[in-house]
Design a protein around this ligand. Sequence first.
Ligand SMILES: Cc1ncc(COP(=O)(O)O)c(C=O)c1O
Length: 446
Amino acid sequence: MATTTTHGTMSGADIVDLCRKHTFFEWSAQGSVDPIPMARAKGVYFWTPEGKRYLDFNSQLMCVNIGHGDERVIRAIADQAAALAYANPFMATEVRGKLGARLAALAPGDIDVFFFTNGGAEANENAIKIARAYTGRHKILARYRSYHGGTYGAMALTGDPRRWSTEPGMPGVVHVLDPYHGMARGWDSAADALADLEEIIQLEGAHTIAAFFLETVSGTNGILIPPDGYLQGVRELCTRHGILMVCDEVMAGFGRTGEWFAVNHWNVVPDIMTMAKGLTSAYLPLGAVGMRRPIAEHFRDKVFQGGLTYNSHPMSCAAALATLSVYEEDDLVGNARRLGPVMTALLKDLAGRHPLVGAHRNIGLFGIVELVRDQKTKEPLAPFGGTSDEMRRLSQIFRDKGLYTFTRWHSFFANPPLCITEAELREGFGIVDAALAELEGSSFST
Ligand SMILES: Cc1ncc(COP(=O)(O)O)c(C=O)c1O
C-alpha cells in the first residue's frame, strides 16, 4: 500500500521553500513572507524540525487556548474519526447534539441554540443573515477598530484597514467610533461613547438597523477593554430600539479574559454571540453562532437560508467537546483569571523600565503593549496600518530569542495558552524585557 508521509522528512529550510513555492500566505505580499518552519508543539512551546524551541506567546493566532498537543483532545478526534468521520449537515449525530447542549449550559442567559460553521468569519456571515431575517431590517452597525473575518460580509463589518481592499463590499454596514481613539487621545467615558452611538442610531433610523456587531473586547485592534457601563449601555440601547446586540467572542471567548466569555465580566447577555478559535483550541476548525431562544424560535416555521458542507462536522464537534472538558478539568479559565494580575504587574514593570512602552492593557491572559517613538507626544513606533524598521527589528529580535508573538503596526501582543504557568509567563516577559533593551540599545533612540 502506498503511503504519503507528511511528517519529519524535510529540513526547515526545505519546508519553507516548498510552502513559499506552491502555497499562498494570507495578508502578505508573497515575496516578503518569512515563515517559521514548525514541526511539533507541546504545552506552551513549539519546535522547528532542527529543534529550535519557541515560547508561543500568542497561542498561534490567539486560538490554541488549552495549549499544544493535549492527548485528551487528540484521542477524542481519533476516536470520532474511527467511529464516524463525517455526516452531512442534515444528519443528527451524538457529538453535535452533546456539543449544542454543553454550549447552551456555558453560554450566558438564554443563548441556547447554535449553528456550527468552519470558523469565525462564517459565524459572523451567518449571524448577519440571522439578524436580517429575524428583524426584517437590513442595516448593520459595526465599529471601526474591529476585525470580524476575511469573507465578504465579515470584511464589510470589519472596521480596520483590512476592509479597504474589498470595498465596495456588502451594502448596509455603518461604522461607528469606538470608545478608544489611540494613545494620544485616549478613552471616552462610557456615557460619551453611548451618546455618540445613540446619535448615530437616530441619524440612521433605528427601524432600519438589524444589529450592532461588536467584539466584546477587541482583539487585533488593540485588546480594547470597554469602559465599565459601555456594554450595559449598548445592551439597553439595542433593547430599546429593537436592534440585536451581536457580540463577536471569536477571540475573547473561551477563557481568554479570565471568564468563559468576555461578556460575563459585565453581566451582559447579547442576542447573538459568535465564537470559534478557543472552541476547539484550533485542534480542528469550528465556529458557532449562538442565539437566544426567541431568535431560534423565529426559524421554527421560517426557513433558515444558510448551509455549509462541513456544518457540525463530527470530528470538529468531538474536538470541541474534549476541549471544553480540558478547560474544566484543568481549570484553565481560573488560571487565566489568576494570572491576569500577574501579567498586569509584569506589563507595568516593562513600562517602568522601557521608554518605548507608551501604553499597555490586559484582561486575563489577553494583553498588548503599544510602543512609542516619543513618550510626550505618544507618536506610535509605526504608523496606523503600517510598519517601521524598528517594529520589523523587534519581530526579528523576538524570533532570535525564541519568543513567538504577534507584532502589528506599533504593538505586540501577550496572549499565551491558558495552561501557562507563572514561571513560563515570567520567562516570556524576561525575553520581552531583553528584546526591548536590545532594540533601545541599537541605533534606534527614543
Ligand atoms: C474577533 C474576530 N472575529 C472573527 C475572526 C475570524 O475568524 P476566522 O479567521 O476563524 O474566520 C477573527 C479572527 O482572528 C477575530 O479575531
